[in-house]
Design a protein around this ligand. Sequence first.
Ligand SMILES: Cc1cc2nc3c(=O)[nH]c(=O)nc-3n(C[C@H](O)[C@H](O)[C@H](O)COP(=O)(O)OP(=O)(O)OC[C@H]3O[C@@H](n4cnc5c(N)ncnc54)[C@H](O)[C@@H]3O)c2cc1C
Ligand SMILES: *[C@@H]1O[C@H](CO)[C@@H](O)[C@H](O)[C@H]1NC(C)=O
Ligand SMILES: *[C@@H]1O[C@H](CO)[C@@H](O)[C@H](O)[C@H]1NC(C)=O
Ligand SMILES: *[C@@H]1O[C@H](CO)[C@@H](O)[C@H](O)[C@H]1NC(C)=O
Length: 634
Amino acid sequence: MTAKLSLSKRIQNKNITSKYFFINNQNSKILNLFKMPSIHYIEFFIISLGLHIFTLFTYMAYYSDLINSNYFKDFQQEYDYIIVGAGTAGSVIAQQIATETNHSFIVLEAGGRSNSLFNMPVLGPFLHGSLYDWQFETLPQRDACLAMRDKKCKSPQGKIIGGSSALNNMIYVRGNISHYVNWFQQKYTKEYIKNKFKYLEEEILHLENVKYQSDLSDAILDAAKELGYHNNLGLDFNVGFSKAVVNQKNGKRWTSPEKSGFSTHILTNVLVNKIMFDRNKAVGISFLLSGKVNKILARKGIILSAGAYNTPKILQLSGIGPEQILKQFDIPLVKNLPVGKNLQDHVTTGLDLVQFDKPVSITAMDMVNPFHAFDYFFNGRGPLTSSGCENIGFLSSMNQTTPDLQFMVLSAGLASDRGTQLKKTVNINEITWNNYISKGLDKYVATILPVILHPKSKGEVYIQSTDPNIPPVIDPKYLYNKEDVNLLIRGLRLIKEFVETKAMRNIGAYLNENIFPGCENYDFFSNSYLECYVKHLTLTSFHPVGTCSMGLPTSENAVVDNSFKVLGVDGLYVVDASVLPTMPSGNINAAVAMMALVFFDTNIRLNSEIKTDIPFCFKKDRFYNDNSMLVCYK
Ligand SMILES: Cc1cc2nc3c(=O)[nH]c(=O)nc-3n(C[C@H](O)[C@H](O)[C@H](O)COP(=O)(O)OP(=O)(O)OC[C@H]3O[C@@H](n4cnc5c(N)ncnc54)[C@H](O)[C@@H]3O)c2cc1C
Ligand SMILES: *[C@@H]1O[C@H](CO)[C@@H](O)[C@H](O)[C@H]1NC(C)=O
Ligand SMILES: *[C@@H]1O[C@H](CO)[C@@H](O)[C@H](O)[C@H]1NC(C)=O
Ligand SMILES: *[C@@H]1O[C@H](CO)[C@@H](O)[C@H](O)[C@H]1NC(C)=O
């Protein structure tokens, strides 16, 4: 005991005289730092410094926007449409109303305005946990997130114009068109849905191939070929691998609001807390602006696009939700509906599972390299354009025709930023950091995420207070269903197959063979070991859906009908990730944006006089095929 104490004293004293002592004055942290070889120490210092400057910048941007928006609040008492949330769905709807109709409308957004620095793709993960993130976390999980502090996984969601699309990894995937046809109960054909996607790709989003790739990227494609997968996915959902297509322009993040010109119709930094009803008709909303309650009325409709966690929260606060929850808080019942149930998410695992002895992957030092900054700002190229994920693949763990897993290949891992930030945003606990992740600090790490495309486990979201500032309880019940655990285990075995291919061996890849803390009782890579591993290192790919599911009025989970109208209530629509009744086969941003276009088409376009008589045109296959062709339809 005394020996230990004096040792720590010695190190402490040494630290105080060292020029780095000001990084952190908590003894335990200094001790931890001191265990690192000095190169990591210097890297940690440089990256920390960069991050502190970035954090300072986010504070300045946030508060100057907040002050601005409080001085220049200008709104009317009534509009045709009110849109709650300027995220993926809300922005698309607003853009469409602004450009295609003469309706009056207003968008209310709880977050602030973005700025061009935030569009640097590599900074995306560093906005997690910032003022621009709702900073949600799950309830402690029974079968999952065991390696996280308090067994709680983080679930970031954008609180900013652009919503989660301002924080996301920008991967563009259409998914399986048949699923969308089923959601609408065959109301639309496959052709119609495909046309919506084409319009989205040509007119709203901007897509390009990833602008930077590490050596890992080609190696994975070669490995896929070796294993018999074809490595050039087309647009349609299929088994195979490909380089990622991303929502970027010249290597910079592209969020839909930028193109839209609806910025004069938007109030930022306002928290919508309730919908107002006249009997069963939604007539307006109330919101908090600098702590004061304000009201706005809607003549034609209220559109909730606040995302899969906040939309159910607003509905429940307004009296639409499960009766027993509303009773608990004495909220007068407007309509008993399963709001907040049926929560699903793309669950995954596998951070830092692939290692290298030489650099093939991005390191955080790349972020602070001035040459890379130059390349980014002047050429739109280089590592700073990277969202982390370079390749995606769809594969079947059972060798069937329908894929059940998506692979996302990241040339980085938790160790890549030397413990400065990602460790916190993933909420990894100290034991796991010290005994597993930090062992990758003197290696180079990569991550292949095996994402469950259609998880069987379902969770829920519900309010825990009538105070709109209190976040809802999020209980995703990750891995409650044993089939999900088994699928992730098969995914990990597939990753092992990939790592053992000639192509991956050639670039020096091997499996991280450190035993995961908490799983010491099992043989490495045995089924029981892998079960333990996935229950500990459970991750989300940030795709919560289903909390206000679309469905037939008679179906158990339905909250909205197939025209997005909340069941049994007039003038109220939900259009965002909450309405997706099942997970799309792939990253979901495109699906959410496509749904917003369908909503606009059926509920607004058809009921309004179109401003111009120019037919609806766009260039076909501009991105995927250079032989562009103009397609028009009415
Ligand atoms: C970290 C991360 C990475 C992702 N990566 C990808 C990817 O690579 N590819 C992909 O396809 N998808 C990805 N996604 C998913 C995709 O971005 C989201 O599913 C999509 O943006 C959801 O759109 P939405 O309209 O439902 O909600 P959001 O875009 O989240 O928008 C909701 C908006 O409503 C606002 N709001 C909420 N409550 C209130 C209130 N009470 N009052 C006023 N405003 C409110 C929010 O601030 C927000 O701006 C990712 C998501 C995250 C979080
Ligand atoms: C899948 O199964 C078929 C026939 O059963 C076999 O020829 C093929 O090699 C298998 N593919 C993989 C990737 O295992
Ligand atoms: C797409 O989904 C449909 C309906 O679930 C299914 O029949 C089909 O096989 C899927 N397509 C692929 C390529 O898996
Ligand atoms: C918008 O269209 C409506 C008809 O749908 C018309 O009555 C109204 O005058 C138009 N307003 C403007 C500003 O053009």
